[in-house]
Design a protein around this ligand. Structure first.
Ligand code: AMP
Ligand code: GLY
Length: 425
């Protein structure tokens, strides 16, 4: 069969890489892809948001299944558009994707179905939002969130109500996050350790993937500004058997049945961002897709054919498939451009890629890269995701950190402590 993968990040390279191992697949296209995806797929010069163009391409090239990486086309209804034309596509429709595209929608749903999450208020009116702050002591730690998609940036952690007031002005008045600031959430700050749990969902049945932990801050020891993610590891020990059971009983089961009651059939990958306080899980956010960089550690551990999983989900028969995992660990270290997450230059030549790739237990996933003549050059903030695997986390870390220094480009930076948190326990 022919598969089209939509997107251009490390996540999409990992998707193409995993899909290329499926015996069912003869040809992969990636739109728009990067210098890495072109090794396993044919890159197609169409943007992820160009739904019309992608639709034409899929039907014109007899694509049997389209797999969507990023959230923007899902929120814009790419799944609805493909289904209307009778084309097979893997991901939630526009209504279901609201779990990510509207934080107000997600929070209200959780309140309605008693799913544990930070207590909150949701506001479309700036004055009402400011008034809500009066009920807290002035030193109360709060989180202000813009309602819509803001590329992971619309979340402001505030030390006290004064900071929260300024955050509201930023979001709702100055519209720093654009249209996402039409509505805002003010929520309680939760203490604990974060984990990312991705779940295959077919509208009725679900299967959890191994839990991962992302590293959002740019510098070691979680210092510096937030990024799209500087690395991840899996499985995350904080997601113990006890936490898993509570997550299923308190979060997944009520969510899936709640969605059904609301007339929403969620099919695809559901990403649940959790804060684990003691052994109690609370939902920080939902994403309606695979995480980045979580995908780069979770897919190398997945034994089962991803295409088979996607097909079973689309047929609503996920319960008929036994999903298997390698009993290994994976660590992925993101190499970023100088200046990232702020402004950065592109076009720096990358060396050492083929030497690093020759190492055992290493897969180098490309993110912001481009091919220029014989060279691979940087073309984004997050450039590469270097994944090491091993029998335990320590082996996986060793593998990843042996490969990373072999790869060089001007101004490259990366965290040296990805996976370290697992050993604090
Ligand atoms: P979100 O996009 O909603 O997951 O928020 C981005 C990041 O902000 C999360 O990964 C957390 O690190 C942090 N965060 C969000 N909400 C809260 C909260 N209620 N309490 C503590 N930290 C939070
Ligand atoms: N790693 C967080 C995300 O994919 O949104």
């Amino acid at each position: 069969m022919k598969v089209l993968v939509i997107g251009s990040g490390g996540r999409e390279h990992a998707l193409c890489w995993k899909i290329s191992k499926s015996p069912k697949v003869k040809k992969i296209f990636c739109a728009p892809g990067n210098a890495g995806t072109s090794g396993v797929a044919e890159n197609v010069a169409l943007k992820a948001e160009d739904i019309e163009g992608l639709l034409k391409f899929a039907s014109g090239n007899s694509v049997d299944l389209t797999v969507v990486g990023p959230e923007a086309p899902l929120a814009a209804g790419i799944v609805d558009a493909f289904k209307m034309k009778g084309l097979q596509i893997f991901g939630p429709d526009r209504k279901a994707a609201q779990l990510e595209s509207s934080k107000v929608f997600a929070k209200n749903l959780m309140r309605k179905y008693s799913i544990p999450t930070a207590d909150y208020g949701a506001f479309g009116d700036y004055d009402e939002a400011v008034k809500y702050l009066w009920k807290f002591a002035s030193d109360k730690k709060l989180v202000v969130k813009a309602d819509g998609l803001a590329a992971g940036k619309g979340v402001l952690i505030c030390n006290g109500t004064k900071e929260a007031g300024s955050a509201l002005t930023c979001v709702m008045r100055e519209k720093v996050f654009g249209a996402a600031g039409k509505e805002a959430i003010i929520e309680e700050y939760l203490e604990g350790e974060e984990a990312s749990v991705q779940v295959f969902v077919d509208g009725e049945h679900y299967a959890m993937m191994v839990a991962a932990q992302d590293h959002k801050r740019v510098f070691d020891r979680d210092e510096g500004p937030n990024t799209g993610g500087m690395g991840a590891y899996a499985p995350a020990p904080v997601f113990s058997e006890e936490v898993r059971k509570k997550t299923e009983a308190r979060i997944l089961k009520p969510l899936i049945s709640g969605l059904k009651k609301e007339g929403i059939e969620y099919k695809g990958v559901l990403y649940v961002g959790l804060m684990i306080s003691g052994t109690d899980p609370y939902v920080l956010e939902y994403n309606c897709r695979f995480g980045d960089p979580e995908t780069q550690v979770v897919l190398p551990l997945l034994k089962t054919d991803l295409i088979e999983i996607a097909e079973k989900i689309n047929q609503k028969q996920l319960d008929k498939l036994k999903i298997e995992w390698y009993n290994n660990s994976a660590v992925s270290v993101v190499m970023a451009s100088k200046g990232y997450p702020g402004s950065y230059e592109k076009g720096k030549i990358i060396t050492g890629l083929s030497e690093a790739q020759k190492l055992e237990n290493i897969t180098v996933f490309h993110a912001g890269t481009a091919a220029v003549g014989p060279d691979t050059v940087t073309a984004g903030g997050r450039v590469l995701s270097v994944t090491g695997t091993g029998y335990g986390l320590k082996d996986a870390m060793e593998a990843a950190y042996k490969a990373v220094p072999m790869i060089k480009f001007d101004g490259a930076h990366f965290r040296k402590d990805i996976g370290g948190k697992a050993f604090k326990k």
